[in-house]
Design a binder for this molecule. Sequence first.
Ligand code: NDP
Length: 350
Amino acid sequence: MNKTIPTRPLDAVRAGFHYGGMEYRNLGNTGLRVSALSFGAWVTFGAQIEDDTAADLMRTAYEAGVNFFDNAEAYAGGRAELVMGKILKDFGWPRSSWCVSSKVFWGGQQPTQHGLSRKHIHDACHDALKRLQVDYLDLFFCHRPDHQTPIEETVAAMTDLIRQGKVLYWGTSEWTARDIALAHEAAARNGHYAPAMEQPQYHLFHRQRVEVDYAPLYRNPGLGTTVWSPLASGLLTGKYLEGDPGDTRISLEGYDWLKKRFEGEDFEQKIAVIAKLAKLADELGITMPRLALGWVLKNPHVSTAILGASKVFQLTENLKTIDDMPKITADVMARIEEIAGSKPEPEQQF
Ligand code: NDP
């Protein structure tokens, strides 16, 4: 039997709906309704922030209607999942009311501890289940493509986990459109489950994949997206307008690679754009992070934008974006486009 997800028109479900103060969207062609804003653990959990702060952040998110918490085996070497698992257990929210993810790829240094082999997928899933203290992962992502492993093996290993009830939906992260299509073909050939969602970087300064490369995949097979770094690691909050404000992730040990992206000519050009966007946000009576997040959510192919936060006030602020959406009109979108000048060229299409 062909277990790939069938194609059907999805405009109605993709419109999203509101419940409480949150908007919910179908994850691509699946029936899973994820909150338009979700919350992730990268950089912060088990590293930058205290566990109590992580708990406050999770509570703030859940109480605002966030129902998807994102994690990975690689985050803080597994500690991020340990911290999140304990918080989920301590709060005791109904398991049916939230979704949690893990990602497999960067497990350890040994040859069997990384990549997308059947063995590492099996081990990574079981280790994540233990760290997160759950019986199943709602979403399980292949954190990067692995061209050293046959795609049939990866698709079969994910299918096995789904059949065993240990994973509900599997997806990819930062795969090319072609690699995603190949996974679908392998699934169709073998009666296996195909990836339902992709986790790409997406913000005003990084648009090609989400807006151009994946475009054919939204129609068929109906790809969902859980986009990451919607604020470009905090750059789009506007807090770097007057230089490095300190006490941010770019000053953390091990993040020199990120700090380098916050320097140089390209960075100065981005700062000039953000200065103009900040004025527009001001005019609308909102803040720069909310304008940037609202722009991301205007894309109907974004199933959920994963927020990150190291402080509760950041998350509280960012969650207000849902209420701001009526202010992000077509006219405002056109003004943002004009200021940013970052629209990808259609001819670069895959
Ligand atoms: P963002 O781009 O939204 O950056 C979040 C960071 O920006 C915060 O931790 C904080 O950093 C700063 N910030 C956020 N809001 C505010 C605010 N209102 N005012 C001031 N500063 C603010 O997202 P992330 O880069 O954190 O990514 C989100 C999630 O996406 C991750 O947790 C992870 O789950 C996922 N992800 C997935 C990847 C993948 O390869 N699949 C890769 C990266 C992320 P600071 O401490 O500096 O103040």
